[in-house]
Write a new protein. Structure first.
Length: 560
């Protein structure tokens, strides 16, 4: 929050761009200015420059001390002044504390989740779901308008299989009773039977070809299967608090493939190869396949048509694809192709690693069965309920809180590590009220809330007008300084498209708050000024936790 004041002061003595660093050790100050790059121009050793600057530069009001340490100028903030300014800002801005207008007038389109219909949502789609949702909130927080796109996997040869299977073995009653489960059964059956008898595989391909031609029977069944699936997805998204602006999936764009291919042919980019239509992209050995030899469209060609359509219909400034890193090559090729076509817009593949089981196994097979998001969510809710029963049996609205805790555990656990890496998805650990977890932070928030509630019972209202000069405890100083960094952290998370930057900061903040809570009593504090200052700091901390968790998709209850 105060960097710009130090930067402005430095700019009076230094030419060019000024960038501050945060020293690894707090003993070296709150901010540091490295002098290496000035050495050449000033023809002096960076150590000397640092010393000169520390002595001669103007000291901004918020800074207590400026020192030189080797090639760095170090700045120590005046914590009591920081406390006053930061708490005042929190009380003035509340839910908006930390927000900015960086993205004002800009539109971010975010594609995420994008499960495949005909199957329950699989945990493979969970990282994208959590990351995309958090990035949506981060963008809105920083002034962007956001369009959320769910690119359903609702097209492809698997639907030929399902149609064939349903027409061969299907029973209407079973489909109506538990549609998605039954579709999975049919899918497994047709896959097995196709291995034994190629005629089934042949028939399935035939049905997909008919579907692509708009055959009535095929289209009718496909649309029925789709609606059953989407209904289930929507229920799950509602529990997770996620909404989309568009569910236009692969099927929606399939009819646009033909004209996309024509464009590529006109430009001379497409070529025939063994009866299939392909496009070669510089730097890649494997070409993109646009059309199979039987004339069917492909995943790649649908993405080409989709992106061309999005460029035309959505006036986005940035388009994020939240999809697993196993599809990196596909997106690199897709984006290269767009640039070849002259589209210079900002497309980003926000790639994620896998969620693994404890011990390292892929989550797709647990004792031989698939793990579905719905199962994970229900298990989390049951576990959360159990903990609440143990810890706070009197709690009102238990079911609502249990859902919030379950969702909080999943979101936080799923977002805590760098998205580029794999994450061990350990639900029991994620649900623990201790450690680096969502419930730990939610509990910290509830703890702060309860102090405020009790203070109000004594007629004491937290106010930013408290006298913060009395806050001298190191635990108080730590909370204050971390609080001042909140906004920048949310911006870092956005700029890198990495929610874990915020999640890890929140853990640090939560720990600092709990240390403060234990070391510095509030309501029992005899000095009225200290009590009031602490109360204000507690309320401001609560607000920071609320805001930070919300940006990760988590609702922090006041009681739990
Ligand atoms: N439905 C796809 C899958 O399950 C993900 C879609 C990714 N987005 C895209 N534009 N291709 O793998």
């Amino acid at each position: 929050m105060f960097e710009h004041e130090i930067i402005a002061a430095l700019q009076k003595s230094v030419k060019g761009e000024v960038r501050l660093e945060v020293p690894p050790d707090a003993k070296l100050g709150d901010f540091a200015f490295p002098c290496f790059s000035l050495a050449k121009e000033l023809k002096k050793a960076p150590q000397v420059i640092a010393q000169d600057l520390a002595k001669s530069m103007h000291r901004p009001e918020i800074v207590r001390e400026i020192t030189a340490e080797g090639p760095y100028v170090n700045f120590f903030l005046d914590t009591t002044k920081v406390a006053k300014r930061v708490v005042e800002r929190v009380f003035a801005q509340r839910k908006e504390f930390g927000a900015s207008e960086k993205g004002k007038g800009r539109l971010a389109a975010i594609e995420f989740s994008s499960p495949n219909i005909g199957k329950p949502m699989h945990t493979g789609h969970l990282p994208s779901t959590l990351i995309g949702h958090s990035l949506g909130r981060l963008h809105e927080f920083h002034g962007y308008r956001v369009v959320r796109l769910n690119y359903l996997g609702d097209w492809g040869t698997q639907f030929g299989k399902l149609i064939h299977a349903y027409l061969t073995w299907g029973e209407k009653e079973k489909l109506e009773k538990e549609p998605v489960k039954y579709l999975v059964e049919l899918y497994v059956k047709v896959t097995e039977e196709s291995k034994k008898d190629l005629a089934h595989a042949e028939a399935a391909r035939g049905w997909f070809a008919k579907l692509e031609k708009g055959d009535q029977m095929a289209t009718g069944l496909w649309s029925k299967f789709k609606h059953y699936s989407v209904d289930e997805f929507r229920k799950m998204y509602a529990m997770l608090g996620i909404e989309f602006d568009s569910y236009n999936g692969e099927a929606y764009y399939a009819p646009k493939v033909e004209s996309a291919i024509e464009l590529l042919q006109k430009k001379g980019f497409a070529q025939l190869h063994d009866g299939a239509l392909i496009v070669r992209i510089d730097g890649f050995d494997v070409p993109m396949m646009l059309k199979k030899s039987n004339g069917s469209t492909t995943y790649a060609s649908r993405d080409v048509a989709t992106l061309l359509d999005r460029i035309e219909t959505i006036p986005f400034d940035v388009l994020l694809y939240c999809v697993g890193h196993e599809q990196s090559m596909h997106f690199q090729q897709l984006f290269s192709l767009m640039r070849k076509l002259g589209h210079g817009k900002n497309f980003v593949h926000v790639a994620n690693g896998l969620y693994l089981l404890e011990g390292g196994g892929k989550m797709s097979t647990r004792e031989g069965r698939t793990v579905f998001v719905e199962e994970v969510l229900n298990e989390a809710i049951a576990l959360a309920k159990k903990t609440i029963e143990e810890k706070n049996p009197q709690l009102k609205r238990k079911d609502e809180v249990a859902l919030q805790v379950a969702v909080g555990a999943i979101f936080f656990g799923g977002l805590l590590n760098d998205r580029a890496k794999d994450t061990v998805f350990d639900l029991n650990r994620f649900l623990s009220f201790e450690g680096d977890t969502g419930p730990y932070l939610m509990y910290t928030h509830a703890r702060a809330s309860s102090i405020i509630t009790r203070a109000r019972e004594f007629g004491l209202e937290p106010k930013a007008s408290a006298d913060f000069f009395v806050l001298k405890h190191p635990a108080e100083e730590r909370v204050v300084k971390l609080m001042a960094r909140f906004g920048q952290k949310t911006l870092d998370a956005l700029n890198e498209y990495k929610p874990h930057v915020l999640a890890q900061y929140l853990i640090e903040f939560g720990r600092a708050f709990n240390e403060f809570y234990h070391a510095c009593p509030c309501l029992s504090e005899p000095n009225e000024d200290v009590k009031r200052a602490r109360l204000a700091l507690i309320e401001a901390s609560r607000q920071v936790l609320e805001n930070g968790l919300r940006l990760l998709g988590i609702t922090a209850p006041f009681e739990m």
